[in-house]
Write a protein that binds this ligand. Structure first.
Ligand SMILES: C[S@@+](CC[C@H](N)C(=O)[O-])C[C@H]1O[C@@H](n2cnc3c(N)ncnc32)[C@H](O)[C@@H]1O
Length: 260
């Protein structure tokens, strides 16, 4: 798996400026475009699918701020495992240390499976002046992590990061029955990757999971050893929660031994 410098925008990438250009099922999202990207008019590009899953920029900024402080400062690399059109990766690249003088992360890696979506992310990052501060990877982030943890020598040098100094951020798709309608969302039904799949892949590293606001917190609590406290934060825009983030520390070696 390799980093990709600059993918071209394709016919799947859009910057709509008039309601008439927008497919009817996306019009309500487009009408919220300034909440999602306050600088939308600068030329933000999106794929059609991205409108459903993008993190609103003010939320992404707040998460980047908190992620940077909740996660130990010994972690100097962050990997955005589902980069989408880039809202979180951009905010992570813009995040600074509390005194505002230094970037919080020495290295930001952003991974995305879909080339058109990644092209939008790179374009949007360039509008924010951080396209060159992010290492972009086109591919499957589960395969990337497997390689990083199992045979890092197969990755190119820039991607062979020190795992002990690396934190993960995951905003997976939230498909599956019920996430919009259920009072409490059953994370075992989330598609295509349910909570157990995510946990299995990430548990040896500090990670933050961006999940539906109604997620069943009992399922999240079961991921961590009894008596351990973790931070779970609801992120709101104009008083309404958009999502929650569970900040989950790496499992200790003895916990992993007990699980196996
Ligand atoms: C909810 S969106 C992420 C939104 C992103 N945080 C943003 O603000 O734009 C999920 C993204 O994950 C991508 N994706 C799905 N499976 C993936 C995988 N295995 N590896 C990398 N990306 C994946 C999808 O193409 C989609 O763009």
């Amino acid at each position: 798996m390799k980093q990709v410098k600059k993918l071209p925008l394709t016919d799947e990438c859009h910057h709509w400026t008039r309601l008439g250009e927008v497919p009817w099922d996306l019009q309500k999202y487009w009408q919220q475009r300034y909440t999602i990207f306050p600088y939308y008019n600068e030329g933000i590009y999106m794929t059609e699918a991205a409108w459903y899953g993008v993190t609103p920029e003010p939320v992404a900024n707040q998460i980047a701020h908190e992620h940077g402080s909740i996660i130990s400062s010994s972690k100097t690399t962050v990997i955005d495992l589902f980069a989408g059109v880039g809202a979180n990766a951009i905010s992570l690249a813009l995040a600074t240390t509390p005194d505002g003088t230094t970037p919080r992360w020495e290295k930001v890696i952003a991974i995305e499976l879909d080339p058109a979506t990644l092209a939008c992310a790179q374009h949007n990052a360039s509008l924010h002046g951080v396209a060159d501060d992010i290492i972009w990877v086109l591919g499957d982030s589960f395969k990337f992590l497997e390689t990083l943890l199992g045979s890092p020598e197969k990755l190119e040098n820039d991607l062979q990061v020190n795992v002990a100094a690396t934190a993960l951020f995951a905003s997976p798709p939230w498909g599956g029955p019920g996430y919009r309608t259920d009072e409490i969302f059953d994370l075992s039904t989330m598609e295509p990757y349910n909570l157990a799949t995510l946990h299995e892949a990430y548990r040896t590293m500090d990670h933050a999971l961006y999940l539906p606001r109604t997620s069943d917190l009992r399922q999240v609590a079961k991921l961590i050893p009894d008596g351990t406290k973790i931070e779970v934060v609801q992120y709101c825009v104009e008083g309404a929660s958009k999502a929650l983030v569970a900040y989950i520390p790496a499992a200790k070696d003895e916990d992993i031994r007990m699980e196996t």
